[in-house]
Design a protein around this ligand. Structure first.
Ligand SMILES: Cc1cc2nc3c(=O)[nH]c(=O)nc-3n(C[C@H](O)[C@H](O)[C@H](O)COP(=O)(O)O)c2cc1C
Length: 241
């Protein structure tokens, strides 16, 4: 099986391969996923956009943390982490630009939180509504154990107060970049996760990025179809032990 090698080779830009391509602006996908209006919604406090600690110290301190204390996380802290990972940091006339870069400003990455122990939030799966800086309830319930099973038994996903899961709405990026979109989707998700990791350190928390999981099982927890939208990456986050 060499489809990885194949993908890398076939998705290379070479001189001449870009000519003759044009974009259908009528089909440009919307950068915001919206759940139906009858879903329960939680508005988050405005994020702090100043301070947060000296960058080089945060870079030096960041380590993958896999053991979490029993305490809950505040809803405000969760909101701060969400903003740091994918929040809007500048509104231009054309785009709402985010804290993390995205190829072509297309933002194919959606952010979900599996709330295991967040003060002020019922346990459940939530979708981050970037534009509103709020959460929409995807499904209530304690999903941490199912998520841990889906991640090859990594129990930190059940013990951490919150788990971030980033999916991709593939067409949002394919609309412009076709098969090369997959490269950009993975890169975009990495930026989102690194922002979270550094913000966690700034807030005195730890995180661990997770790429080992049965994709279909995580998609099931998040209620994603696995084709149009599929999980890419996860991070556990919370106070280290
Ligand atoms: C793409 C990616 C996937 C990862 N997947 C896992 C994982 O499934 N489980 C885990 O415990 N750590 C995972 N990690 C964390 C790495 O093991 C960790 O970053 C590495 O050992 C370096 O340690 P540090 O993060 O403390 O610097 C992953 C890291 C990356 C970048």
């Amino acid at each position: 099986m060499s489809y990885g090698d194949d993908f890398q080779r076939k998705s290379k830009y070479t001189r001449g391969s870009l000519s003759g391509r044009s974009l259908n602006w009528n089909k440009k996908p919307d950068p915001y996923k919206a759940y139906p209006p009858d879903r329960e919604r939680i508005q988050l406090e405005d994020p702090d956009t100043e301070g947060g600690g000296p960058l080089y110290s945060l870079l030096k301190e960041r380590r993958s943390v896999r053991a979490y204390g029993p305490g809950a996380m505040d809803k405000g802290t969760l909101g701060q982490l969400l903003w740091a990972s994918q929040g809007i940091s500048r509104d231009t006339r054309q785009h709402q630009l985010r804290t993390a870069p995205s190829a072509g400003a297309l933002y194919p990455i959606e952010t979900y939180v599996v709330a295991n122990n967040v003060r002020g939030l019922e346990p459940g799966v939530y979708h981050y509504e970037v534009f509103q800086h709020g959460l929409a309830l995807v499904r209530p319930g304690e999903w941490g154990a199912a998520l841990a099973r889906a991640a090859l038994g990594q129990n930190m996903l059940a013990r951490a107060p919150a788990v971030f899961a980033w999916s991709a709405l593939v067409e949002r990026c394919k609309w412009k970049y076709d098969q090369r979109a997959y490269r950009y989707i993975y890169l975009d998700a990495g930026h989102a996760a690194q922002n979270l990791a550094l913000a966690a350190v700034a807030l005195g928390l730890g995180s661990c990025q997770v790429g080992a999981f049965f994709d279909g099982e995580v998609d099931d927890v998040l209620e994603l179809d696995g084709v149009e939208e599929t999980v890419i990456y996860m991070s556990a986050v919370g106070p280290g032990k």
